[in-house]
Design a protein around this ligand. Structure first.
Ligand SMILES: O=C(O)CCC(=O)C(=O)O
Ligand SMILES: [Fe+2]
Length: 358
């Protein structure tokens, strides 16, 4: 038996995506009626229990647009606190129609239901396949999911099938960027930064936005495989919607919590570039995705980042105020590219960039 402690945090969008192993998607593997146990390539022993909490922050997006200064300053404070303490919040009343959210989830399901050869046919930079992670003992573990991912901004990409995906995804991507922009403006104010500083430093006009759809089929032994091991995301704010099947857990004070979100909410987590930019004030929320025996889970992730060529460092004003700089700068593109390799050194990029007092 392997200890879960040997497995390192890993970002899904940094997860290598490769053509299927044994000529099979996890979906096809899971559909085989004689599958009673998890094949050894997927073996990831884990303790899937999590607690429920009433205190997971909920942010009402209408308060940003109410025009009422008191409500606005209250919600900005709540948002800042959520990012400082949990690195995670549930965004409600965000204005994206439920039909659009449901449409994206249905279209993603349609994609995963296509014949294997059609899915394999997507062309770069669209990637489809199995996700894998590498352990500190340099062992490759396959994740219990199929994965589709591609960039949405500054260049929009989309698979040809299903044909309705392009239009709804374009709209969802735009609306997500606009919501992310409002939230980031709120956080910039909460940090006490000059207006416009964050937009310019992170080059938000050409922000890099990435789409990932995760398809987690039922698993015969949910404690012997993992959808996604504990990790933090790269980027600024990750948005997640799902098909209603539970599986996402967040870590808070060293404990795992289930995320039970109201229908149509967006689950948002603070990601690495925001922790760096805020000089450690906001915490990149650690989370994991579990699998279950009964139902397929689909999650749709939008990673809202800085521009790929932005060199992300702690905001100078914060460094001056705090009297110390907690992270070294790194170009966002390099951060994304090296996230995967660095795991072999036993550290995440965020840890490698952290400046430790000597
Ligand atoms: O599917 C989930 O709930 C988690 C996905 C995730 O963490 C990610 O894609 O970064
Ligand atoms: Fe994630």
């Amino acid at each position: 038996m392997e200890a879960t402690a040997t497995h390192l945090p890993q970002h899904p969008v940094a997860t290598s995506v490769e053509p299927s192993i044994v000529n099979s998607s996890v979906k096809v593997l899971a559909e085989s009626t004689d599958l009673k146990s998890v094949p050894s390539e997927f073996s990831f022993v884990n303790e899937p229990t999590g607690s429920n909490s009433d205190s997971i922050p909920i942010i009402d997006f209408t308060l940003f647009t109410s025009g009422n200064p008191d409500q606005m300053s209250k919600v900005i404070q709540e948002l800042g606190k959520a990012c400082e303490e949990w690195g995670f919040f549930v965004l409600v009343n965000h204005g994206i129609p439920e039909t659009l959210i449901q449409g994206i989830i249905d279209a993603a399901k349609e994609f995963f239901d296509l014949p294997e050869d059609e899915k394999q046919n997507v062309s770069d930079p669209i990637k489809y396949g199995n996700g894998s992670v590498i352990t500190t003992s340099n062992q490759k573990i396959f994740l219990w999911k199929d994965l589709l991912k591609f960039p949405l901004h500054p260049e929009f990409h989309c698979p040809v099938k299903p044909p309705n995906l392009r239009e709804i995804l374009f709209e969802y991507a735009e609306r997500s960027r606009s919501i992310a922009k409002t939230l980031l403006q709120g956080l910039s104010e909460n940090l006490g930064l000059e207006e416009g500083y964050m937009e310019e430093a992170l080059k938000l006009d050409t922000s890099f936005q990435l789409f990932a759809a995760n398809f987690y089929p039922p698993c015969p032994q949910p404690d012997q495989a993992i959808g996604l091991p504990p990790h933090t995301d790269y980027g600024l704010l990750t948005f997640l919607i799902h098909n209603g099947v539970p599986g996402l857990q967040i870590e808070y004070n060293g404990k795992w919590f289930n995320t039970n979100s109201p229908q149509n909410a967006i689950l948002v987590n603070t990601a690495d570039q925001l922790e760096i930019f805020s000089n450690g004030k906001y915490k990149s929320g650690k989370h994991r995705a579990l699998v279950n025996k009964e139902a397929t889970r689909i999650s749709i992730v939008i990673a809202n980042g800085p521009a790929a060529d932005a060199i992300v460092s702690p905001a100078s004003q914060l460094v001056q105020r705090d009297g110390r700089q907690l992270y070294r700068p790194m170009e966002y593109k390099e951060y994304m590219e090296t996230q995967h390799n660095n795991r072999l050194n036993g550290k995440t990029n965020l840890e490698l960039l952290r400046i430790i007092d000597s």
